[in-house]
Write a protein that binds this ligand. Structure first.
Ligand code: ATP
Length: 145
């Protein structure tokens, strides 16, 4: 099947822009799989992980902090608060953010603080999962990096 265009954009930069065969994104009610020529769609997405398949292989993993996904004319646009490719994620920073979020949740401050701490926890958990995928991925044979 001919590919579709995927663009993942934040206020600061274009994080990903390429032709892809499949996209799996974190929908509000579970995973959302999008294939080429999907019907037009506009929906919110949750903090989580994005998997991209290209030329028959899993190509990229990205962490996303939530946003909007739009499908129109074989073009998928994701507008996100923050998004990082697996190779961009600083693992020590995620672990520190995770620790801080857990600490804030355990303090049981006001509702507002709790909501923000839970959102920070979700972003960190998504980043950590994507980092772990980077580590789990087999390295390419010598000479094929
Ligand atoms: P932190 O407390 O470590 O800043 P955060 O969840 O509050 O984490 P965000 O507000 O979601 O961070 O993101 C702020 C900016 O920093 C965004 O551009 C995001 O892509 C980037 N960013 C956040 N965490 C990491 C990380 N672990 N590695 C690389 N970039 C990150």
């Amino acid at each position: 099947m001919a590919p579709m265009r995927l663009e993942i954009i934040t206020a600061e930069r274009v994080v990903y822009s390429d032709d892809v065969d499949l996209l799996v994104a974190p929908g509000m009610e579970g995973e959302l799989g999008i294939l080429p020529h999907h019907a037009p769609l506009m929906t919110m997405i949750a903090p989580g992980e994005i998997t991209v398949r290209k030329e028959g292989e899993e190509d990229s993993y990205l962490a996303i902090s939530g946003g909007f996904l739009e499908v129109m004319a074989n073009h998928v646009t994701i507008l996100a608060d923050a998004a990082e490719r697996s190779d961009e994620i600083d693992e020590a920073r995620v672990r520190e953010a995770l620790r801080r979020a857990e600490e804030r949740i355990n303090m049981r401050a006001s509702d507002m603080d709790l909501q923000r701490a839970v959102a920070a926890l979700q972003r960190s958990q998504a980043r950590l999962r994507v980092v772990q995928r980077r580590r789990a991925r087999p390295s390419p044979p010598p000479g094929q990096s």
